[in-house]
Design a protein around this ligand. Structure first.
Ligand code: THU
Length: 130
């Protein structure tokens, strides 16, 4: 199963009754294991969580903290673009050169990287004075 197939699999289970916009994300950890997440909305709208955040939470709960590859899928006209908060969350666990595949359920694919999604990312380096 490809990483996009894993993202598509969990996409179907997204809970998005308010936006009607389901998103699925799959992360391959450095150890090779695949972790999946979907968006989970709430009637109190700001309490909803993104697919990428769910996949990251599953990864960390599974004992992995290094992202090797990411795939995100949605039923969008063009490949779904991770929100700003999720870009920062991905940058926490993945190096800038980590491949991110963004896809539509129709099969349109855009390949990018964590670094390209978040240029000038805030990192721990900014907090270190030598
Ligand atoms: N959403 C994600 O889960 N990931 C993204 O990359 C973009 C947006 C979700 C949040 C919300 O449940 C719905 O899509 C509409 O914004």
């Amino acid at each position: 199963m490809t990483l996009i197939d894993a993202a598509r699999d969990v996409w179907a289970r997204a809970y998005a009754p308010y936006s009607n916009f389901k998103v699925g994300a799959a992360i391959r950890g450095k150890n090779g294991e695949v972790f999946k997440g979907c968006n989970v909305e709430n009637v109190a709208y700001p309490e909803g969580t993104c697919a990428e955040a769910g996949a990251i939470a599953a990864m960390v709960a599974g004992g992995e903290t290094e992202i090797a590859e990411v795939a995100v899928i949605a039923d969008s006209p063009i490949p779904v673009s991770p929100c700003g908060g999720c870009r920062q969350k991905l940058a926490e666990f993945g190096k800038p050169d980590v491949k991110v595949t963004l896809a539509t359920t129709d099969g349109v694919v855009l390949e990018t990287t964590i670094g390209a999604l978040l240029p000038g990312a805030f990192t721990e380096d900014y907090m270190t004075r030598t």
